[in-house]
Design a protein around this ligand. Structure first.
Ligand SMILES: [Zn+2]
Length: 157
């Protein structure tokens, strides 16, 4: 269990990145009421409630979204190597690295959990394009066209 100070610091880091209140509560054990209030104070608006859990396909509809999902997955894989801590810190690190590369991306913190779950379950797979070496995600798109998001070369299965 985290001590009080660490709990609150982590909660604020997650609030800053607009994580879901349910997720923050799960990670920190801080009361939902306190978290909602802190969220409102920080952002000036209330946290969205409920979990609108999406499928990976919803996050890869356009080629741009697909490329961003692959970029986030690559950042997460990297974070797993460099951070020897609880997984939530890996997510924060990966999200920040991703946002540096794609500052205009609409992928939000709570949506990254879909990508992470699928990666860990191996239902999607991070792979490099054999031609241009860019990161891609196998099985992440609805239409199953396994082509590179950048150069369109066929990806190896
Ligand atoms: Zn390529």
């Amino acid at each position: 269990m985290l001590d009080n100070y660490k709990q609150q610091t982590l909660a604020l880091e997650l609030i800053k990145r607009k994580a879901r209140i349910g997720t923050i509560h799960q990670e920190t054990a801080i009361s939902i009421k306190w978290l909602r209030k802190a969220y409102r104070q920080y952002h000036g608006f209330s946290a969205r409630s409920g979990d609108n859990k999406q499928s990976i396909h919803a996050l890869t509809r356009s080629n741009q979204q697909y490329k961003e999902a692959a970029a986030f997955a690559a950042c997460y894989r990297q974070a797993q190597f460099i951070i020897d801590q609880r997984s939530i810190y890996q997510v924060i690190n990966a999200f920040d690295a991703f946002k540096k590369m794609h500052p205009a991306s609409k992928l939000d913190f709570s949506e990254t959990s879909v990508i992470i779950e699928e990666l860990l379950a191996n239902t999607i797979e991070l792979t490099r394009c054999p031609v241009c070496n860019c990161w891609n995600l196998l099985r992440a798109r609805m239409n199953h066209i396994e082509r590179c998001g950048v150069c369109k070369a066929r990806l190896k299965k």
